[in-house]
Design a protein around this ligand. Sequence first.
Ligand code: HEC
Length: 292
Amino acid sequence: MKKILLIATAFSIAAGAPLLAMASPSGDLQAFRSYFQKRFPNVKMADFKDGIYSIDTARRDAWLEFEDFAPAYEDGVALGKELFNKPFKNGKTYASCFENNGIGIRQNYPRFDAKSGKIVTLEGAINKCRIDNGEEKLGWKKGKIAAISAYMSFTSRGNKVDIKVPNDPRALAIYERGKRHFYAKRGQLNFSCADCHVYQSGNMARGNLLSPAIGHITHFPVWRKKWAKKSEAKGKRGPTRGFGTIQRRYGGCNKQVRAKPFKAQKDEYNALEYFHTYMSNGLEVNGPALRQ
Ligand code: HEC
């Protein structure tokens, strides 16, 4: 299996060129979708929302059993709902900060904010809401913020990812930055996100089946057994113990190639999340979901 990873580098230089050459976001998206459709001709486009479980039947069956029967994230979503509805000290709630009172809106994040010229992620908007209402910021990658975000995703299940890249040079520049991060080789192992999740998707890497990048973000935040175990080892058993946001995952994947992770919710990962989420446009939100 290690061999596969080694040849990936050389292979992706050749295969990467056509995807990188596309100029516009909508052209990129079209190329991305048709690449995965050709790579996995038996998978329906709509099913890519399920990550590795869209491409492997045996793993899918085992996963569906857990998803259908009292999934581990249920208590975390319940806590997220409670936190979402609990008034701040000034009497207002999160609902006051969001369109449609924050219900069923996951598919619109991250979005470009023309006023600040920056990307607003869902977690970023949650913390901004707190600050605007005189509350302390929450930690970015897990715990309460992930529970609130998981609840908001839960209320958005079935809505289709609908990220907009407006015709504004600042938005396009951020999109391009995210795209560069996705295709750039990094770390001591010299791998790009695309090496593992585009060109080697469906192959094995150190015992792991590599998921296709299309549909990657629809089910976040996720509840990972690995993260739950890590929390439990530290004596944490609360309902959020397995949760992590998409940017927590980015950090883990950067570390896998021995690259230093970037700070969560700063420009680099926000740009990556913008590009990465755009590439799942049209797929259904189905977060949170269980993962290994
Ligand atoms: C060396 C290979 C490798 C590289 C490089 C890599 N990943 Fe991963 N990634 C994995 C493995 C293994 C998993 C767990 C199995 C899976 O779902 O693909 C994973 C999982 C993920 C998941 C979770 C998928 C899900 O359905 O829960 C996301 C999202 C992700 N990676 C994004 C990225 C991004 C973005 C980058 C670049 C910053 C990246 N990865 C780089 C190997 C890699």
